[in-house]
Design a protein around this ligand. Structure first.
Ligand code: LIP
Length: 279
């Protein structure tokens, strides 16, 4: 696939994300929004998730019929050329009328994310990154903050009911003990976008899916931040620990996550380099 082919997909995905955002806005805080089904504890799916999921699959499959597609609501199988989509990341916020959710679209080639789009339909901010070409918000270049240390840093520590609460409590305790300010805003894609544009300093969660984070992780990397990556191949279908932050607090957050994770000390987080080499 040529660079022009990737560019075409990168531009097309931005148009799709904006249209998907129009659907989300139509449902948001409307009487239709509460019609949600619980997939798990604090893990709903709404009519809007399903409609956007279908819309994005139709658009992308129509424009690029040979590409594979993996989405939160429909699933899919890993492929060489693969779209990884979360129609609404932060569905619990969306379903409760909290304006903090996003459409997330990533395009990957041979296990490497090449394009990432995170669209916030409420603020009308579109965060975009193309590997090797930088990260942008509404077309303007973005960079991560220059963090001085924990006392100067805000970390979004996402919580998933799929993971033992005790590990999460240990993680939050560790963050506070080291002097970090901590938030839990309920959308991994939005957390990573906020990190990429310098609003916060770190994002971590003990258990996340590829569709929640692939686009956001590329935003952070292209904005000068550090990420622990995300396994591709069959790993795209599983839950994994995710960490991304500004370079200054990388070691401190890696240590905290190791102390909190159930495999404490046994499986060090991979470096970005090793993740890229493996894929
Ligand atoms: C959700 C997130 C949220 C995270 C949950 C969940 P969904 O995704 O991004 O931040 O804490 O584990 O996966 O279900 O709203 O797309």
């Amino acid at each position: 696939m040529t660079s022009d082919d990737i560019d075409r997909r990168h531009r097309f995905a931005q148009d799709c994300a904006r249209e998907a955002g129009t659907i989300a806005r139509r449902y948001f805080r409307s009487c239709e929004a509460p019609s949600s089904i619980e997939k798990g504890r604090h893990d709903p799916v709404t009519r809007a998730d399903l409609e956007i999921d279908r819309f994005l699959i139709d658009q992308l499959a129509g424009a690029f019929p040979a590409d594979g597609i993996l989405t939160e609501e429909t699933g899919g199988v890993p492929a060489r050329h693969l779209w990884v989509i979360d129609p609404i990341d932060g569905t619990l916020n969306f379903a409760r009328g909290i304006a903090h959710f996003a459409v997330s679209i990533a395009f990957c080639i041979d296990g490497r994310t090449e394009s990432g789009i995170v669209y916030d339909p409420i603020s009308d901010e579109i965060f975009t990154a193309r590997r090797g070409h930088g990260a942008f918000c509404n077309g303007r270049p973005i960079r991560v903050r220059t963090t001085q240390g924990p006392w100067d840093a805000i970390v979004d520590a996402g919580y998933s009911s799929r993971h033992p609460a005790a590990d999460y409590v240990r993680l939050v305790h560790g963050l506070l003990a080291q002097g970090y300010a901590f938030v839990q805003n309920g959308s991994a894609a939005m957390g990573l976008a906020a990190l990429a544009c310098g609003r916060i300093d770190g994002f971590c969660e003990l258990s996340l899916k590829s569709w929640d984070v692939l686009a956001g992780l590329l935003l952070v990397e292209e904005a000068g931040g550090w990420t622990g990556g995300f396994p591709h191949g069959p790993g795209l279908l599983e839950d994994h620990e995710v960490l991304a932050c500004t370079p200054a607090i990388r070691q401190s957050l890696r240590d905290l996550l190791l102390e909190s994770s159930p495999l404490r000390g046994k499986t060090p987080l991979p470096s970005v380099q090793s993740v890229i080499q493996k894929s």
